[in-house]
Every structure is written in C-alpha cells, then in structure tokens.
Design a protein. Sequence first.
Length: 393
Amino acid sequence: MRTQAAILWEARTEWKVEDIELDPPRSGEVLVRVAAAGLCHSEEHHLTGDVPFAAPMIGGHEGAGYVEAIGPGVTLVKPGDYIVFSSVPNCGRCPSCAEGRQNLCDSAAGIMGGRHLRDGTSRHHASGGEDLTITCLVGCYARHTVVSEASVIPVDPSVPPAVACLTGCGVATGWGSAVYAGGTRPGSAVAVVGCGGLGSAAIQGARLAGARRIFAIDPVPFKRDKAREFGATHVAPSVTGALDLIREATWGRMCDVVVLTMGVGRADMMDDILALAAKRGRVVVTNIYPATQARPLLTMNGLGQWEKQVVGCIFGSVNSRADIPRLLGLYRDGLLDLDGMVTRTYPLEEINAGYQDMRDGKNIRGVLAMSLRALPRSRRRTGATSRRPSLHR
Ligand SMILES: [Zn+2]
Ligand SMILES: [Zn+2]
C-alpha cells in the first residue's frame, strides 16, 4: 500500500515527509494505522549526528494507533484493536524476557539506530525503491507502519492517542527510572535532572512512589514551572545551583535517588551530579550521551566511602506489557497527568517545526497527530487552540 512517512536520509539534515510503499504484514507481524506519535529526543541524536543510524530511516518509536491487518500466526491482536507501540520489543521468550526483564529483550539489539524487521527484511520502501529501516522496530512517524507482534501492547481504547502514545517510551522510561531503577520509596528525596518528557514522568513517578522531597533541575523557567505542577517540591536552574538547596532541605543528607533525564547527557558533569547523592544514594543514568563524549569524570573515593551507586537504565526498567496498561490506568484515575505533558500537536508534515520547538525549550512533549493536516501559512499562528480537540480521536 501507499502511505506517508518522515524519513531521515542523513545526519545534519531535516526530516523529509514522503510517500512510501508498505508491504503487507508477514508471519507474526501487524499493520497499524498510526494515530499519534510523540517527538522523543532520541531521534534528535541521529539528526545531530551524536548517535549513528542506518540510513535511510523512518523515525518514531513512541506511538499509538489501530490495528488494520495481521499476518499469519498473530494471536495477540485483531483488526480494529487499539494499541500503544512498545519502544523496546517484548518477545516474552528470550532469557531476558523470561527473567522479567522485558526492557532488555534480546530481540532489541541495535534497534535505536534503525533496523529492518526481525527476519532482516524490510516492509518499508522509499518511492525510489530503497529499503527503509525503522527506528526501534516501530517507525511511527508515518501514517501506517508494519511491526512485529512483540512491539504492540493492546490498551484501553478510551484513552486518546495523543496522550496514550507517551506511555510507549517517554512516560514509561521516566516513571520507571524513578520507581524501578531508582527505587524511590515513601519519604525518599529525589532529584530529577532535566525536566522534558522523561523528567516530567520521573517527577510524577517519584511523587506516586511517596517521595517526600522532589528537586527538579532544568535551565528553562517554563519547564521548572511545569515541574511544580507535576509534583516537584523544589526547583533549581542547574546542578551546581541545586547543591545548597538540597543540602538545606535534606539537613545535609542529600538525595536517595538522582535521575538523569537531560536531553543530551554530559559525562563531564558526573562529579557534580554525584555530589547530589546521599549515602547509598543511587544515580540513574537514563539519558543518551553523544558517542564522542561518553567518559565520565568521577571521584572514586566518594563512591566507596558513601556507598554511592551509579546504575544504567533503559526503557525505565519496565515490563511494557504490564506497565503501559498500568500507566494508562493511573491516567484514567487522575493520578498521572499526561494531558499536561502534551504541550502541542502537529500534523506529520510539520515534524521539523515540532523538533525546532523542542530545541527551543517550548515543549514538554510535542506530538504528531496523524489526523491533522498542515494548515495554510496564514492560519498557523492560530492553530494552537484549534488543534486541541485532536487530543481526542
Ligand atoms: Zn523515546
Ligand atoms: Zn525477549
């Protein structure tokens, strides 16, 4: 079938929205009509050249949509089902999945930089005939995509796609970083460094897990204001600026959990970040670092003498099959604010404008709403309010 997708042909260029040819789903695969896709920071690392990728690649790994067709052998979903993409596939059978570590599913090797489907062939082809890779085995910056059954999670159809999509990457990742990887408990002091999509979810996870103090650190005033709405008790513009604040508010004990969710990680900040952590405090490294800038500077004695921990975290250490429905349930009950995280929606054709707003610090999360069409230039400025109803399908 013919559809449209946003393709990155090489680093340091723009997304190109083009017609593509999409093959029908093969064995174990699902054709999905994408309804909404979040503009996650991960793809930006490919665009800037920080992280290599297999070009040409369709972006998008945080999305929601409707199953249109299934290939042979698919039993998990049927046409018409409403799904959220799991940005890490969840095969359920590999050793990692069998141990309950679905976020480390062995079928996810190398997915971030774009891959073909699990059998190594492509369903997605550019109009010139070139095979296209899809990021995270999803590729949902598109009106339709074909993915493995392992990449779809059937969910409650009453949650609108523009908010449900966030749970497929950013919200699960941020929330799980504070709750699972960080181990936030009632009474914990938690610092969240970087308050975009991941950080906003980490703050809410910490709040729901019972944190007593939540310190939100971000240089952008708008994001600090939003952080307070999500549950931060204190805010600071920088890591070094937060030191005295945290020392005073915790009687010198510092933070039990420090979650790193800045859009672009800075390994040379690691010593300052470790200073925020308490005895046995845990620093959760969730964000992505430029390939050239990944060596931390650490004062090793601080680690040993205070028993500090630095732990890595991918996809919030969540189990997407259990946790995506769990997060949507919390949203339904009014305990998790997803509406407040979607700052603005854009038509697929305006993906580059959406990423520019992210670079400019204007969005907690921008979301592509596939039902929207690009407006004529003269009407765009007034688009913000007229776009709002698209949150609901
Ligand atoms: Zn993501
Ligand atoms: Zn697996």
